[in-house]
Design a protein around this ligand. Structure first.
Ligand code: PMV
Length: 324
């Protein structure tokens, strides 16, 4: 593959998208409860579009180490339904009624995959934006959000839509399935540490297991989902008035409910306990669970001890993000 040629020339277009964390409400959000998610702007997917080397035609995407490539020559065929990389390109081209441009897209991501940070939605968003930019076109956020939601179905089966929404709009969202998007005010800055268990986990499997649990024991599971929804309402109010101590308590309660839904793991529980023991105001798993990432709410005083405690308890990486 002749990639060197590409890099002799500057990209003709560039696009990106952020990671996300769910502050509270994951899983219950699939059942119509509210959830709160925020973008993590420091972790991003970037896609650069280069004019194709001579002799190469169609829309080519290259990524990874060793390099993998896919090519989209035409969009007249049926959509590449099972390919979460080709699908956003196909859907975007069809929406714009354009042929694949003669470019190579090079994808680079800082977001760990299959770990609850929204990597799939961020990749789809950045790919769609890159192809739009390479064509010199524009695409409304609402249309992009629909495209990325279609791709999320490949990743997740029955996604609530929270990941694509927070990532496309890059705003804190108070999300309720099938309701208009709501953002909200952050009363005082909030700093979260994100601790990575290093274990990838399938959101599709976790969501499917919760579904089976719900169907087997609705009278036990429904009150847990309702209780999560209630605490999300309180969490929004706590964030709006800048009450981080209350938010921390609600996060701890949320983690307990997620354990009851069977989506935590020994590694997540270990990191949550380590963060709380080191003085975090709150800590919980974030996203699909069973692995992936947890979040801890910290103050300037507790940030360093909590970071050290997470590393000592086995976190592979610790990221930091501040809201507001
Ligand atoms: O993509 P993840 O792992 O952050 O999970 C998304 C949140 C869930 O509530 C578990 C699923 C969904 O579609 O909302």
């Amino acid at each position: 593959m002749h990639l060197e040629f590409l890099f002799n020339n500057p990209p003709i277009a560039e696009a990106n998208a952020p990671a996300k964390i769910i502050l509270c409400g994951e899983h219950a959000v699939v059942y119509g409860q509210p959830a709160i998610a925020v973008p993590v702007s420091a972790l991003r997917v970037t896609v650069r579009a280069y004019a194709n080397s001579p002799g190469i035609s169609g829309l080519r995407l290259v990524f990874g180490e060793p390099i993998t490539q896919i090519t989209l020559a035409d969009i007249s065929e049926s959509p590449p339904d099972n390919d979460p990389l080709a699908l956003p390109l196909w859907l975007t081209l069809r929406h714009l009624a354009q042929k694949p441009p003669n470019v190579t897209l090079v994808l680079q991501s800082q977001i760990p995959i299959a770990s609850g940070l929204g990597s799939g939605a961020a990749v789809a968003t950045a790919l769609a934006r890159a192809v739009v930019a390479a064509l010199g076109q524009a695409l409304e956020q609402a249309a992009l959000n629909k495209i990325v939601y279609e791709v999320e179905k490949v990743h997740h089966g029955t996604p609530s839509g929270i990941d694509n929404t927070v990532i496309v709009y890059e705003q804190p969202v108070y999300f309720v399935r099938h309701q208009p998007i709501e953002t909200f005010h952050i009363g005082a800055p909030l700093t979260f540490l994100i601790g990575d268990t290093g274990q990838s986990a399938s959101t599709r499997v976790a969501v499917g297991d919760v579904r089976r649990l719900f169907e087997a024991e609705p009278e036990r599971i429904q009150p847990i989902l309702d209780a999560i929804g209630d605490l999300v309402v309180l969490a929004r109010k706590a964030i709006e008035r800048g009450d981080s101590e209350e938010l921390g308590r609600l996060m701890v309660r949320n983690h307990g409910y997620l354990r009851q839904l069977t989506v935590s793991s020994p590694e997540l529980d270990t990191l949550v306990k380590a963060a709380l023991d080191a003085g975090a105001l709150g800590a919980k798993l974030s996203g699909g669970g069973r692995g992936g990432n947890m979040i801890a709410l910290v103050t300037p005083d507790t940030q360093n001890p909590v970071r050290a405690a997470l590393a000592a308890a086995g976190a592979r990486r610790v990221f930091e993000t501040t809201l507001g």
